[in-house]
Every structure is written in structure tokens, then in C-alpha cells.
Design a protein around this ligand. Sequence first.
Ligand code: ZN
Length: 649
Amino acid sequence: MAGRIKPDDVALVKERTSIEDVVREHVTLRRAGPGSLKGLCPFHDEKTPSFTVRPAFGTWHCFGCDEGGDVLAFVQKVEHLSFAESVERLAGRAGVELHYEEGGGPRGGEDGLGRRARLVEAHRASAEFYHQVLLDAGHAEARAGRDFLRARGFDSSAAATFGIGYAPRSGEALAGYLTSRGFAAAELVTAGLVALGRRGPYDRFRGRLLWPIRDITGDTVGFGARRLFDDDRIEAKYLNTSETPIYRKTSVLYGLDLAKRAIASQRQVVIVEGYTDVMACHLAGVTTAVATCGTAFGVDHIKTLRRILRDEAGGTPARTVFTFDGDAAGQKAAMRAFEEDQRWASQSYVAVADAGLDPCELRQRSGDEAVRGLIADAVPMFEFAVRTTLARFDLATAEGRVQAMRAVAPMVAAIRDQALRPEYTRTVAGWLGVEVSQVAAEVQRAPRGSNGPRRRAARVDTEITAPERDSAARTGLPSPNLRNPVVDLERQFLQVLVQHPASVPVEAVRLLDRAAFTEPVHQRVFEAAVSAWKALGGAQPGAGVSAAAWVDAVVTEAAAGDYDLGPVVVQIVSEQLKAVAAPGEGLDPRFVSSVVNGLREVRLVRQIAEATSALQRMELADPEQARTMSIELTARQRELAELRAEGFA
Ligand code: ZN
């Protein structure tokens, strides 16, 4: 397992990264008031911009879908990366060397990040080399590769999009090229690009057409290689990079770097069998297609996809379409996928073209439209699996029907959603031509599989929750009702405290406590800000640190409590103050004192009301106690009178 990245390094990466630059790669931003930028949210559909970036605070927040956070949260969400991957991604561009806490190196490697970067660089250089060879019209051998592509309907622009290359037969071309670029033989062996023979290093791929396999971020981490020549001593039609520190065939999905956005926005993923099928689908407009690389679709692939689909959680369940050859092997793959499907929350479909054509062949024969139609007409996995099983029996005989019924009953029994079982029981009875009660009885008797309980546990894990409208709503605490003027006043104070801490009189912060806020969310945010102030030291909240560091500290404190209120703090950072000022510039002191005094007044009025009613009860029960309370009440009333006399503009 990879060790955690040291927190100091994470902080350094954030400090050296301009959130504005990073966001601008994905969103067109316009100035919207001092210190504030706005654009159309990349995470939900909208016509008017509600996606707000505040560069000085290092935060972004969307007032439409209530997503928000720091630059790492943005990269995670927009690129569908894990936290560690986002840090590594930004560290690369900021030139920060990462250190990992005890227990391992970066993901997939044992050494420092340096090694991963070297292996990725070696792959980038190789992909470029192979692609240039393929394009080189003077390279006679490479013609076989070009012909292969042309015969399947792929032109040079398709080859460029997918970075396809040709590996010369000589066996030393790549090794020589990379060595001349300063790579050591040992590195290239580790990368799986070169092997060591008796006469020195030789190329792993020879005389083959190559597809660079890119990870989700677009880094090339391996190759898939297609046999082209009859005298190729390696019989296998396809060769893939073997396991390396950066290439894990059980989790990598070919085409994911190109498909991830479409998968998230369309809530659909199409699993095809080969590199050419991915190409054919994308070129035909099915931009959600990916393929496994020389291995069956498995649990790790599901994990990768689940992250993308969960990111864009919505009301409708995600749709997974498997395309399989119509032959026996393809059907077996479908059956296996059906088993896997029980672990995952999306609805699965199977698309099988007439005559068992794969998407690439279908596109050549019938065009782009046919490929889109194939995916659109996919049938539910359950129907496909049951019909495939039924086809093995002679349903014309009573005995055949009984055997078929016994074969499919466990499949009905395995359906996770119990509410759907009666419906499927009826459907199966219809296909079999038997009484519904007969099938129902058989389903009752059928074994449910040994992994029943695990299946239920997995379901909880995969459940996709609908997004909430408000950051606070997600915390489990009631959302503050900002239409209430008292609550709005509380909010304004918190906006000032988080966005302009230097403008808040220290006295004011000392005079206030949890009880000054009516909303539980506001109470906790206030306490988080006070804790952050104490943690950072300084005479004044936010003193001695940058605006971004102050916000970061408040977010950290707010996230540490029993409810994660980090997103609420980010939202408050992004809210427009009623008195406009740029971050770092002082606010009009009259505005600040009006808010602070307003808050104090509301609180005093509330305390006086409470004390008055308590006093009335106490006068009968405990006159001595009542006298003390009365003195306190008088003090509060005087305080209120003074506050009102001072006036607040
Ligand atoms: Zn949004």
C-alpha cells in the first residue's frame, strides 16, 4: 500500500498552485466583484454562472449545485482523481517533490515519485517514437500497420487521436532511441519497454501495431500490441505490457482518459472488448466506450468506474452496456459479468450485434449509425443471461422446460432487488411457457449463492446518493434559513470573520460565543473559526497568515467536529458580502460594527426575555436566587441600552 503524502507537502503544493489558473483550464471565468470570479459550473448544467472562484482564499463554490472546496477538490472532481492522485498531479506542475509517510512510496511504486515520473516519461517518449515510425511514409515495414488501420476504417487523424504507433521488427530501435535520450537500461526494463538479452537490451514489442494505454489522467503507462506478420514468433494476437510499478492490468481501462467526462455526464459506460472497438465507438459518437486490457472485466475496474459515476450522482441509476461477441466465449463473458453485476449498483445491459459482429466490424460494414443503434438497443443483462441459458434446452418438451426452469431459477433468486423478483418470475414463466406458480416455487427452492450476505454489504457501498441543494443539508444539521433576518445577520458576521478576519474587532469575537447564534450550523462554524484562531496564534483572527491559510485552517477545524462543515465554510467564503471589499482590504468599520452590534443586540434581547420568564418562575420558588437573577437581568438591560445608544450606522 502507498504511504500517505506528508501534510506539509500537500500544503506546499496548494500554496504554489494558482487555483485561478487550474480552474481556467476548464471554465471560462469573468470578474464578478472584487476578488471574485464567476463562470458556468462544470459540474451541473446551467445558463447563468453560479460557479464562483475566490483566488485569494484558494476556494471555489457553486451556488447552483453546492459543490465546492479547494484546488485539490476541484482537480479531484473535474479529473475524477483520488486525493493522492490530485496532489501528485498538481505537485508535478508546481515542481514540488513529494514525500510519503512511512509504509510505502507513491501509488504503484516503492521508490520516490521520481521513479514514477521517469517511467511515465519513458512511456511518453516511446509512444511518440512509435507514432512517428507509423507516420513515416518512407518506413516500408510500418506500411503493414497503416494498412491494418485503413482496412478497419481508421484514417491518420484517428491514429493521431489514439496515438497509435508501430514497433519496428529490428528489435533494438526503441532501446537505442531511449538510451540516447538518457534512460538507463534498468529503468526501461522496469517500465516493461525493454528486456535484457544475452547481447544486451532489446525491444519488448517487435513488428507490431501499438496502442498506448493511458491511465485516467492521460499519462501513457503501457502498450497493447497487435500481431501483424505471419512469421512473428510470438503467436498471441495481442500482447500487453506486463505488470509494472505504473501498470496494473486489473484496474486499467483503455480509453478511460477520453471517455471519463462523457461517462460522468451521460451516466453510461460501454464496455467493449478491444482497442479497435473503443476507437470505432468513439468515432461513431459513442464516447463512453472503454475496454479492459487483456483481462476480464473485474472488481478493480468496477471500483474505478464507480468513482466516476458516483462523482456525478444523480437520480437515475447509471447504465453499463457490455458488448460481447455472439459466440460461446462472448456469452460466457456475459454470464461472468452478470455475476459481477450483482456487486454494483448500475443497471447492466448487453449489446450483441447480428452475426456476432464487434463494434469495429459493425462500423466498417454498416457505418456509425449502426454502432450507435447497437448501444441504444442493448437488452437488460438479466434478459440476455436467461435467454442464453434457455437456449441450451429443448423447450418443446416438458422435460426440457423443467430442466430449463431449474437452470434459470437461481438467476431469478439472485436478483438483488426483492421487489423486482415477482416481475422477473412472470417474465421467465412467459419465456418458458409454464405457469407463474411453477417458476415461483422453483425460485423459492433455488440456492441463493454462497455470497448472499456480502452482496447486501456491497450494495450499501455502491449506493448512489442524490446531491443535495445546500452544503449544510449534507451535514445532517438543519439548513440555516437565511430569509430570517436574525439568521441572515449571523451569516453576515461569519462572512466577515472568514473573509475579512482583520476587520473584526478582537473584542467582538471575545464577546460572542455559541449562544450568540441560533443556527447549529452557524454555532459550529463560529467555534471552528475561534479554534483556528487559537491554533494559529496571533493577536487577531487570521493575523500573520495568508487569506488562503486562514480559510484552510477554518475549514480544517470545521471538518474535524462531529459534522463535516468544511463545505459550509467554503460556501461562506464564496458568498458576496453586503458591503463590498476586496480580500485583504479592510471593510468599512461601520459595516462591521453594525453586524457585530446587531448580533449582540439580538442575543441580549433573547437573554433578557429568557431571564425575565425564569425570574417570574423563581420569585415564588427561591426569592434569594431570584434576587441574583434580577441583578443579572438589570445588567443585561443596561448593556442593551448602551448598545442601542452607541448606535450602529
Ligand atoms: Zn454547479
